[in-house]
Design a protein around this ligand. Sequence first.
Ligand code: ZN
Length: 243
Amino acid sequence: MSLKTCSKCKVNRLVSEFDKNKVKPDGLQNQCKVCRQAYRDANKAKIRESDRQYRLNNLSVLSDKAKQRYTEDPDKVKSRVNKYYHANKHTTVASYRQREKEAISKRQREYRQNNRELFRQKEREDRNKRPERYRAKYASRRVRKLQATAPWADNKTIATFYTRAAELEGSTGVKWHVDHIDPLQGHLVCGLHVAENLQVLPASINCSKNNSFKPYIQNDRGTFYLDVKYKLVKDKEIYGIFL
Ligand SMILES: [Zn+2]
């Protein structure tokens, strides 16, 4: 095996330790692989920028060459692209997002602004398909306005009430609401938007409640509510009348 002296580190090395370069008289790079790699490592940003400039200045030449490579052997190109994509997808996608963070969010913002009607339409369609998601969303929005959230509220459990209401609506064919047992804006007391204060009720009953706090009695036989017409009720059964 013949030797060649690296123009950078001046070490005599095997020709296999040099990259190929068709333009050079001996078909090899002047610097050894180690020196060239060291240069690339030390000048990453500079090289990336000059590569970018080169690509911008030679768009048509490069795309013609790429087309030619594809025409000659499409499977080779496909498998190379595929292999590269799968080997690097996490790092390349993440670094691209990181690098272009501002540009991406600007683009998304503009897209949303220019397609506002499309987004509204999509939300309407989605709301018809998965109403329970939106009910929980709108309820929590309403509740946030009322400042009735408790720091210990369990949002997952709260969401199950809205799912249950949607299920009951599907099986019974009438509207069901998630009701706050003690109303959020009651006349006497204000309830909280927490699972402990939620119940699923047919809308007809819920709407007749009219945000009034019902005084109740709790004893070993259960909880008895005093309804608006001064009847003592449990499970819709009337137990007595208050005068
Ligand atoms: Zn060298």
